[in-house]
Design a protein. Sequence first.
Length: 372
Amino acid sequence: MRRVSTAILVVILAGGAALAQRALMPAAATAAVAHDPDDPAIWLHPTDPSRSLILGTDKIEEKGGLYVFALDGALRQRIGPLDRPNNVDVEYNVQLGERRADIAVLTERNQQRLRVFEIPPEGPPLRDLAPAGLPVLEGQVGGASEPMGIALYKRPSDESVFAIVSPKTGAASDYLWQYRLALDGQGRIAARFVRRFGAFAHAAAQREETGEIEAVAVDDDLGYVYYSDERYGIRKYHADPDAPQAERELAAFGLQGYEGDREGLAIYATGPRTGYIVVSDQISRRSRLRIYRREGSPANPHEHIEVSSVLTASDATDGIEATSRPLPGFPRGLLVMMNSRGKNFLLYSLAGVVGEFTTTAPVPDSRLRGPR
């Protein structure tokens, strides 16, 4: 594993406000995937942080795969072939009949389905829980039938697990599809459609390259889902389909100042309600991180103010993931960014990104709580 230097602080003015700006270098990198990396996820080991894992997709058609890496970037497992897997997410302590398990769920775009894998406590190999896949976006045609983004939400009140899926294309409203993941009558995991929701700014534009919605992230503790409307901003809704006014948009932020598409999304928690929403600005050879307050402002919990803008060494980043749990070599948490040129994922110490804004100690991911 190659270690490199950390950040250098400079100051710039953006829109009249002084923002801390860093040239951030990765602490490590994963091995390369075979073709085209896209989206990472982090799995946190329940008792031994050093055995935590990084998952990442290789989104090529027919020959794609899900890659599983150790924290030093070494490849531990490759699952494939998969037909253009795009995004992946992890959920913990999911009830599967008489037992519980941690799962990784990814979109297999060209097969119009989700794939579900169990992450054993001892680590790889991951086990396929639904070899035939879970069909999604049924009844749609073209890009509207192709799942890309995914985020998992575990509802605290009853521990129901939901998958929120974004297709390649969609309408100006009801862009996202939400499914409940549970066992069917034969003891197999299934996806039951729950609702559609979510605005999209450019659906009516009669031109090519109008952007799309791919990155989706859920804040389990606070019950919110965020997604990147790539050419417009970051949108926020209730993740619980049964929440009052669940169809109402709660916020739209990050509307200005981006050089590229709004891409990856991650939540970095510093307390039960505090922390940061991290967004990647997709720029060739130097993707920027834009960081917003998770808790909003004192007057409005849905007013997410940008507090930092951080240049990185990652090239044309799509997906990102973050955790505030201390890990070996990452005492204040880990940020993983997709890196196009290297066909890999770069690992950053979050101490170099949000340390100066963090006034409380990082907290373990609450999704790890409960019986296993």
